[in-house]
Design a protein around this ligand. Sequence first.
Ligand SMILES: NC(=O)c1ccc[n+]([C@@H]2O[C@H](COP(=O)([O-])OP(=O)(O)OC[C@H]3O[C@@H](n4cnc5c(N)ncnc54)[C@H](O)[C@@H]3O)[C@@H](O)[C@H]2O)c1
Length: 337
Amino acid sequence: MRIGLIGTGRIGTFHAEVLSRHPAVDSLLVADADPERAAVAATRTGASAVPVDAMFTGEVHGLPDALVICSATAAHAPLIARAARAGLPAFCEKPIALDLPGTLGALAEVEAAGSILQLGFMRRFDAGYAEARAAVREGRLGRLHTVRAVTSDPAPPPADYLPLSGGLYRDCLVHDFDILRWVTGREVSEVYATGSDAGPAMFREAGDVDTAAALLTLDDGTLATATATRCNGAGYDVRMELAGELDQLAVGLDDRTPLTSAEPESPGAPPKPWPGFLERFAPAYEAELDAFLRVARGELANPCDGREALHALRIAEACEISRRERRPVAMEEIPGG
Ligand SMILES: NC(=O)c1ccc[n+]([C@@H]2O[C@H](COP(=O)([O-])OP(=O)(O)OC[C@H]3O[C@@H](n4cnc5c(N)ncnc54)[C@H](O)[C@@H]3O)[C@@H](O)[C@H]2O)c1
């Protein structure tokens, strides 16, 4: 297959490396608004650097069979729309857009064209989350009553990233909201969220929070909490605990979890805690792109379409309103459901 990739920053270069090693990829084209960046990624991965427009016109090396969009978030919706109009199956990193109108507009383009859009919620391809989903569906935990989701980044992002990020709920907890729906198979009916900006001043200055907590009530009465922080010096910590009437299960609890037991006979701090998402989710990122190539070839049903991303964003929107207005927010209040 000839695959095009747009946006050769941090995650785009990682995805380009994965694609360059994939046996189904015969040729890889990369593009970036900054041609220097595309050239560096091309050298690193053996790809050909082309202008962004060439991905849609086929100039230079012909049209790709499928497109992987990893640009900065603001460019996702326009690139999704261009891919839809050009009839190109597209994989796009989350999110489609930072707001509901932008998300709904891009989805309308995709649906009008009848084209493929897969979103990059890679946790759906993580072995631990897949096992948790199977356990819930097979009834191994009994009636699920409590879910606890955690996402802790080891250090804050650069200050200039914050105004573009959409805030902690849309940028970070959106992964927890997606995986909560996917693992439990339930919809969120109400959220109650708060946040704290007591950490580094750049969060206050950006109107964002460095730490957040959300209480989510699912439509079957299961209660979930989701917490996130940008300031977890112990390492990158992504976990989910599921508790039911019969049993409990933890995702992300292993010898690299950056968590130390305070008990006297415990093994102590993990020697090699997870440093970041690229290391923790490397196999999941590979599996999601492998799935996308199969989706683009018509061999697999889309594992995470644009409507799924819309639902996760709606939950993040509800959390922002809840934090701002200091009240529970019913999901019916949020458009696009
Ligand atoms: N799923 C995940 O775990 C995950 C992880 C990291 C980032 N992301 C998402 O991936 C996206 C990129 O994040 P990043 O950390 O790699 O950012 P980055 O800043 O490192 O890279 C973004 C790249 O996009 C390019 N770009 C900007 N506008 C463009 C345009 N109009 N056309 C073409 N290229 C353009 C920039 O020049 C830059 O090279 C973000 O939307 C982010 O939310 C997802």
